[in-house]
Design a binder for this molecule. Structure first.
Ligand code: B3K
Ligand code: ZN
Length: 864
């Protein structure tokens, strides 16, 4: 397969103004009749040019151009395109084709999910439904007619507004929809099924009434309330913060059980993975509820950042994704807690995006080339893209950022544009110069920022020196320094702030900054709020870190100090264990934990974050070679040490909160997070009373957050009562797919030695189904990404297992198979033995005949 390159971008030869699409859904075939009205694109050149349409996985029935039916020698049909005669001016084209959604296990284009028809078109799924210029810079006004069996598919939906519906004879029904907003094909959606509808309303600030409808399988209606409330909060927030109102009279969301990712922002008709929509206290954890809220908001926010202003080409993906992630992060922070949200976002960024940026699939926020675009819906495009937008926000301030957004919409509403257009709007609205800032879109790799300082008490000054370097990444051996906004403040060792927060801009390889009027010994608090996505290596002593862990007034900084201290200690412990010696946890960490545990001023949710040790994956990344077993042992030992040293504190914290009636507000969620963190440490201390408390909390009809937390604390214990608790959970929720996925994930992430055997056996569980991505992610994905010590078993058994699964899945669903492959490409992080075994697994996949482009691209990068 050949890569597509950004430098090869050309405007489309023809534009399509309207598309009338008729889908006749029948059991044997679905017939698609598309009427395209278009014209030559003046921006693409002079004179006539052939009309070229994308199309795959369908059977062409007929082509009629300007009223003439074309014979087979008047067009050229290839596996992925249809080339028609030349046209200079306007034309009308009717293409009829047929497809088989019932055979579509790739879940791209039109497919069946639990008996309902649904679509997923982003990025290039529309070409699996009909022949069309399937690229985001071709925007058309759509009219859609759906027809299907009336009894089995009473609900027929598409984008925009309903126009008419009725009987189509022979027990069939039809519905016609019209979307007045020109849109790219990737935002098309259609749904047909027997669905329940939950309805609500929202009045926009200009007084327009919008009907809100959530469609779900019958029986799931009670689980839609949280999503509906989240939607209304998101609509209000976007009006208040960005002045953006919803633009149609109807907003619909449909939940489907088979979905390749989280959700999709189709115009007026979002389609959601049911996992990210259906949520109530009995079946979803607090983390699930917050995720649902964030994703509902994210997809809603796309209506402006993505749909009204869309991407010119797929290299610009972060234009909509990075910006929309930033918007949903701000929304969630406003709804809950800024500090806790930032910590969670940074944790995610580091564990997945930094890892990607340091490996063979590293790519810039705006990639230069791809083989399969679906492989580029990555943490780099999303999360690092959001960090890039956040840095602009930091540099321009909230008001300046808002001015930039206003200008962006003023200039580009209704257009398909580039990341450059976004940055230019930010610059022009503020008279700012962001020329060097553009490097953030072009250069891959996580910069390292070094910081040291010297204080001159007699001169009452402190000088901070900052230096950066950007590591080489595939295809980019040499890098230029990038502008780094560094939020910094000075804290007095005796307490209080000595120099208030400033944003220092490091706009070259190195620079010094002097703080004046610093009359007392101070410690710098640096990169507050994680103001740039870098690896910070600051000259803090461990005493400085212990000080910051107790005193930094920046919540992120406080959390970060304790994480850094813990990382250093845990890596020392791992090294000692590897060398066959004894290891002990630094006393400073025990003291910092004791102080945080007792600190009544801290919000409980933040306390839960503070008291969580860095995960094994992060620890592995923090060292040259990830010593899998030693890191696992060290972290377990540290948890035990903390459990025992603060045993009474954990018990009291747990017992004080255990009886609380659970509400769904932020504070109650925070108290549960703290309570369950305490429970985990108390269990780690090995107390029989703690195990008894966990067993009681694990009873399957409790609140899901508590049940899952208790089961997670128990799942590693090889004892019959713990195993029985998991089994009881399984039996209680066997018929509830979303909850059963939690059980699969709990089984797959247990660190007990027999987990791989368990996972292998669970593939034969009657409810394991490779055609359902949620199930595959719950069992296989949780094991490979959430259980490092078992997946990275030294004998390579985990790798061989994954290779087998990737190959089996690739035949059904290449997109999900490619994602699953990812952990194997990071082989350079490991010791020689593991490297060889990971490479063997990659080669085994690469050798398979008929590999999808998706998996091919990932393994070939992994082997390069
Ligand atoms: N835009 C979709 C993702 C589409 C993924 C295509 N493989 C969801 C989102 O980011 O909002
Ligand atoms: Zn998105």
């Amino acid at each position: 397969p050949q890569p597509t390159r950004l430098s090869d971008y050309r405007p489309p030869a023809h534009l399509i103004e309207t598309l009338d699409l008729a889908l006749d859904l029948r059991d044997d075939w679905t017939t698609v009749r598309a009427t395209l009205r278009g014209r030559r694109n003046p921006a693409a050149g002079q004179g006539a040019a052939p009309i070229v349409l994308d199309g795959e996985a369908q059977e062409l029935v007929s082509v009629t151009l300007d009223g003439e039916r074309l014979g087979p020698n008047e067009y050229a049909l290839e596996a992925d395109r249809l080339t028609l005669p030349e046209r200079d001016g306007a034309f009308e084209l009717v293409v009829e084709s047929r497809i088989r959604p019932q055979d579509n296990s790739a879940l791209e284009g039109l497919y069946l999910s639990n008996g309902m028809y649904c679509t997923q078109c982003e990025a290039e799924g529309f070409r699996r439904i009909t022949y069309f210029p399937d690229r985001p810079d071709v925007m058309a006004v759509y009219s859609v007619r759906l027809e299907a069996d009336a009894a089995r598919f009473p609900v027929l939906l598409s984008n925009g507004n309903p126009v008419e519906q009725g009987e189509a004879g022979a027990g069939r029904r039809y519905a016609v929809w019209h979307d007045p907003f020109p849109k790219p094909s990737y935002l098309f959606a259609a749904v047909a099924g027997d669905l329940a509808c939950v309805e609500d309303r929202f009045v926009t600030r200009s007084g327009r009434e919008v009907a809100l409808r959530i469609y779900v399988e019958h029986g799931n209606e009670p689980r839609t309330g949280h999503a509906m409330d989240s939607l209304k909060r998101a609509m209000r927030w976007d009006e208040e913060v960005f002045g953006l109102e919803y633009d149609l009279d109807l907003f619909m969301i449909v939940a489907v059980s088979h979905f390749n990712m989280g959700a999709m922002e189709n115009k007026g008709l979002n389609v959601f993975n049911s996992k990210l929509l259906l949520a109530d206290a009995a079946t979803a954890t607090d983390a699930d509820l917050q995720r649902v809220e964030a994703v509902v908001a994210h997809e809603y926010f796309h209506n402006w950042t993505g749909n009204r202003v869309t991407c010119r080409d797929w290299f610009q993906l972060s234009l909509k994704e990075g910006l929309t992630v930033f918007r949903d992060q701000q929304f969630s922070a406003d709804m809950h807690s800024h500090g806790v949200k930032r910590v969670g976002d940074v944790r995610l960024l580091r564990s997945v995006q930094f890892a990607e940026d340091a490996g063979p699939t590293a790519h810039p926020v705006r990639p230069d080339s791809y083989i399969e675009i679906n492989n580029f819906y990555t943490p780099t495009v999303y999360e690092k893209g959001a960090e890039v937008v956040r840095m602009i926000h930091t540099l321009l301030g909230p008001a300046g950022f808002r001015r930039g957004m206003d200008l962006y919409f003023e200039r580009h509403d209704g257009q398909a544009v580039t990341c450059e257009d976004f940055v230019a709007a930010m610059e022009d609205a503020n008279g700012a110069d962001l020329s060097s800032f553009r490097l953030w879109y072009q250069q891959a790799g996580t910069p390292t920022l070094e910081a040291d300082w010297s204080q001159d008490l007699s001169a009452r000054s402190l000088t901070l020196r900052l230096r950066q370097s950007v590591p080489p990444t595939p295809g980019q051996p040499l890098k230029r320094p990038m502008p780094l906004p560094v939020r910094a403040a000075l804290l007095g060792k005796a307490g209080g702030t000595v120099a208030p927060e400033r944003v220092l801009l490091l706009d070259g390889a190195e620079a010094s900054f002097t703080f004046e009027e610093v009359g007392e010994p101070a410690v710098p608090s640096l990169l507050r709020g994680f103001s740039a996505p870098v690896r910070l290596e600051a000259a803090w002593s461990e005493d400085d870190l212990a000080f910051l862990a107790g005193a930094d007034d920046d919540p992120f900084g406080r959390w970060e100090a304790l994480q850094t201290l813990a990382t250093r200690s845990l890596l020392r412990m791992a090294e000692a264990l590897r060398a066959g010696g004894a290891a002990t946890l630094d006393q400073r960490i025990v003291s910092a934990f004791r102080a945080s545990l007792a600190d009544a001023r801290l919000e409980p949710a933040f306390k839960a974050e503070l008291l969580t040790l860095p995960g094994e994956t992060l620890l592995g990344q923090a060292s040259e070679t990830w010593q899998v077993d030693a890191v696992h042992e060290a972290r377990e030992l540290a948890r035990r040490t903390l459990g025992e040293a603060l045993r009474d504190g954990w018990r009291q914290a747990y017992q004080a909160l255990a009886g609380e009636e659970g509400a769904l507000d932020t504070e109650a969620m925070g108290r549960r997070a703290f309570k369950n963190a305490a429970l985990a440490y108390w269990v780690a201390a090995g107390d029989e009373a703690a195990v008894a408390a966990a067993l009681a909390q694990a009873r399957p009809d409790g609140r899901m957050t508590d049940v899952v937390a208790a089961l997670a604390a128990l799942s590693d214990l090889e004892r019959p009562d713990a195993e029985a608790a998991l089994q009881a959970f399984h039996d209680r929720w066997l018929d509830d797919p979303l909850v059963l996925d939690k059980w699969f994930a709990l089984k797959a992430t247990a660190s007990r030695p027999d987990t791989l055997a368990t996972v292998e056996a669970l593939r034969r569980h009657p409810r394991f189904d490779r055609r359902n991505p949620n199930r595959v992610r719950a069992l296989i994905g949780s094991f490979t990404t959430g259980n490092p010590v078992r997946f990275h078993a030294a004998d390579g058994s985990g790798y061989a297992f994954l290779a087998q699964e990737v190959l089996a899945l690739d035949k059904l669903n290449p997109q999900v198979a490619a994602r699953l492959t990812q952990p194997l490409v990071r082989w350079r992080r490991f010791d020689e033995g593991r490297r060889q075994r990971m490479l063997e697994a990659l080669r085994r996949i690469a050798d398979e005949p008929g590999l999808s482009r998706d998996v091919f691209e990932i393994v070939s990068k992994g082997l390069a």
